[in-house]
Design a protein around this ligand. Sequence first.
Ligand code: ASP
Length: 343
Amino acid sequence: MSCQNKILLIYTGGTIGMEKKPGSDILVPFDFANIQDRIPELKLIEKEIDSVSFEQPLDSSNIRPKHWQQIAQIIFDKYEDYAGFVILHGSDTMAYTASALSFMLENLSKPVILTGSQLPIGDLRTDAKENIITSIEIAGAYENGKPIVPEVAIYFEFKLLRGNRTTKFSTDDFNAFHSPNYNPLATSGVYLKYYKHRILPPSSGIFDIHKTMVDKVFTLKIHPALRQEHLEYFLDMPDLKALILETYGAGNALTEDWFLTALKKAIDTKNMKIINISQCIKGSISPYKYETGKKLMELGAINGKDLTLEAALTKTMYLLSKNLSYPAFKKAFERPIRGEMTE
Ligand code: ASP
């Protein structure tokens, strides 16, 4: 069978792959090798579906950068053999994994679709089946020999969203993910509708994986009771290389001297990357709209524009691995690398 007819399912864990142990209420992972018996509808998709599973399926709260590497390595090893990849993942950290993979998979030209569910696959009212079936369909969707969605995306509850634009916003709605600053790549109703003008083109370069993601980064949500000693404590951490500040509104923060001085000192003496993103999930940093935003940018903070926290974190981890000077890091950060921010 040609690779264009084969999809690889990568099961990492999460609610989606759970079922009740016979005779009890305890949820345990089910065997993905038999997925077609569990979801007979998959036989209607004319694709060969193989699956690999993490040896120990994880609640996604336990996903760490080493697991991103593990997923990236599986995709790398199997890249030529499959038309597309579907990653089954817990929803809690799915947006982090999708964002990380978008940076780690260099020169991607095949679909990598993450999905999960709010209810286990064995549950009567589960959302898992539709999410899996449509994700597989999207991963295998080709036109004139070219994949329609050659990027890392999340499919959940009838919407296909760019992975590094997505954030989980609901603990209990089936519609659990938002992409506040970028419209869906596709929607699923009676028809599966692709919005091709929003989808990244396939890369023509040689596919590779970037494995090093530097974790010397911390995020700090500012708030009215933030204390000088707390900020200084973080900035003084010996091996911290970047601090992502979640500021108010369009990128505003307090203008008290101690705050600005501490940040400036960290930039000047430690080459610490100070990144400004907004606590608002929708909209962008407009640093020169208010005096309170202007002051922060004038001391050299990096403009995170309309990045999600997940994308800001993983983009920072990716760029830190390149050992750039402050100006070079700033320049690279403020431009989109994988469609994660608006130019
Ligand atoms: N805690 C679960 C996880 O993220 C929730 C889910 O799968 O939706 O693994």
